[in-house]
Design a protein around this ligand. Structure first.
Ligand SMILES: C[S@@+](CC[C@H](N)C(=O)[O-])C[C@H]1O[C@@H](n2cnc3c(N)ncnc32)[C@H](O)[C@@H]1O
Length: 466
């Protein structure tokens, strides 16, 4: 790989004797990994090689996964770089917590945080870039978490709505991406000498917003995929200097991980509590992770909102949320009765429904009001009301477990392939009445289908077909 001379000079100076090994490693192949998704029933029952676990990350393995496999489509697996997996592992969200992933697309950390939460508590996954926020929403939908809101906001706009609200915040910051040079040689072309310093300005702005949303006693995890001290140790040191109520928490180092470098931040010895993953020592991409604790006694850092809340913004935010009409409620209840065992029990109860236009969402009544914010997914999309009927969503199929559904049809792998390719399927199983069914292949729910006189009509989302 052709590295810019300024980059070579910089790291020759910073890394000294290690520099040749560091530069050489940027031309070597990277080890791939994937994580299984414990939110799915029997999640380890996948046709993948699970003989090589990543020892320091829950449910993670070395290897590659096809995006066109059943396990991937049905949300049982997420491909992720080995180093990147360590960020959410360090955040260690606990069931019941309120967690914010502030720079979340495409969803590597968010999918992992959702798994840690086990559908208890709330995960707000935010992405500022609209196109990327949609991809994030698709990934969150695929893994089937039922406690996730996907926002498409500038962090600065979020402060007033979530003052001192979250127990944990992950800032996986936009950065100069030097750690990605190995995987994406094109990334080198964006790099210039002043790029890290420019990124640092943006990182500080994002962190200032994040801290206003962190509750006293809460924890912040900051990470980048760059080697630049300006964006790593120097940002961590700036945080400590700017927010005396913050202290660093030591991040455990496993084989190959190196401590943050004191020399990169005015000999601040706290920096050894952070971790660096450098490609000449560690098998994944380059990564920096630092963890901070906000003192329990810290004053709330958020301004008390005094101004009137802004009007709803953005296309997705249009259509005031309102309650269901009698007909809509009856259609939903009718669907629930035929689809779920025990009519769904307490799941998706009427208190937790929210209508946006004709779209019906599950939105837990205890969650914060996001009406004023730009969102992509305000909870789980359950389905859409069409003329005198209810059409259940793909997201619902991925958010339920087979055992809680009575209306389901088992398809084999070739029928699955036919269906995800956008085709109808001739149903050959025991006779069933017409209606909506959860489609299941090898025990994995993968879509909704409508059975009409022995044919399963195709409702697989057009953009996801393969
Ligand atoms: C390193 S990536 C996040 C990767 C993600 N956490 C994952 O694990 O899949 C950083 C993200 O920050 C977003 N971003 C860019 N500028 C931002 C800003 N000013 N505030 C918040 N996020 C920003 C980028 O669009 C990008 O998706």
């Amino acid at each position: 790989m052709q590295l810019p001379q300024a980059f070579i000079d910089k790291y020759t100076n910073l890394l000294g004797d290690e520099a040749p090994a560091f530069f050489a490693s940027l031309d070597q192949d990277v080890e791939h990994g994937f994580r299984l998704n414990p939110l799915k029933a029997k999640y380890q029952d996948v046709a993948l090689d699970l003989h090589h676990p990543v020892p320091f990350v829950q449910d993670a393995y070395y290897g590659t996964v096809s995006g066109k496999s059943l396990a991937h489509q049905a949300g049982y697996v997420y491909s992720q770089d080995i180093s990147a997996m360590y960020v959410a592992e360090v955040a260690a969200a606990q069931p019941g917590e309120r967690v914010l992933d502030l720079c979340a697309a495409p969803g590597g950390k968010s999918t992992q945080l959702a798994a840690q939460l086990q559908n208890q508590g709330l995960l707000v996954s935010n992405e500022i870039n609209t196109k990327r926020a949609r991809i994030l929403a698709e990934n969150m939908e695929r893994i089937g978490a039922t406690n996730v809101i996907v926002l498409n906001e500038d962090p600065a706009n979020m402060e007033q709505y979530f003052p001192a609200y979250f127990d944990k915040i992950v800032v996986d910051a936009p950065c100069s991406g030097e750690g990605m040079f190995r995987k994406d040689h094109n990334a080198v072309t964006y790099w210039h000498e002043h790029y890290p310093a420019e990124c640092a300005v943006r990182q500080k702005n994002i962190l200032n917003s994040a801290l206003k949303m962190l509750r006293p006693g809460g924890q912040l995890v900051y990470s980048t995929c760059t080697f630049a001290p300006e964006e790593d140790e120097q940002i961590a040191a700036w945080l400590l200097a700017t927010y005396p109520e913050l202290e660093m928490v030591a991040v455990p180092k496993v084989a190959g991980m190196t401590p943050g470098q004191t020399a990169f931040a005015d000999n601040d010895s706290e920096m050894t509590k952070a971790v660096r993953m450098m490609p000449h020592h560690f098998q994944g991409e380059g990564q920096f992770v630092a963890k901070f604790q906000l003192a329990q006694t810290a004053p709330e850092l958020a301004p008390v909102p005094t101004t009137k809340k802004k009007k709803r913004r953005g296309k997705q935010a249009r259509g005031k949320s309102n309650s269901l009409s009698k007909e809509q409620l009856a259609l939903w209840e009718e669907f629930k009765q035929s689809f779920f065992m025990d009519r769904g029990g307490q799941k998706f109860s009427t208190n937790n429904l929210r209508l946006n236009g004709n779209y019906l969402y599950y939105y837990d009544a205890s969650w914060p009001d996001i009406d004023q914010m730009k969102y992509v997914r305000p909870g789980i999309l359950l389905g859409e009301f069409k003329k005198h009927r209810f059409e259940p969503s793909y997201a619902l199929a991925l958010a339920v477990q087979p055992a809680e559904i009575q209306a389901k049809l088992d398809l084999d792998e070739s029928e699955w392939r036919q269906y995800v390719g956008g085709n109808t399927v001739q149903y050959t199983g025991p006779s069933q009445p017409n209606g909506w069914y959860l489609l299941v292949c090898a025990g994995k729910p993968f879509a909704m289908g409508k059975l009409v006189n022995g044919i399963i009509k195709n409702f697989f989302p057009k953009g996801l077909r393969f």
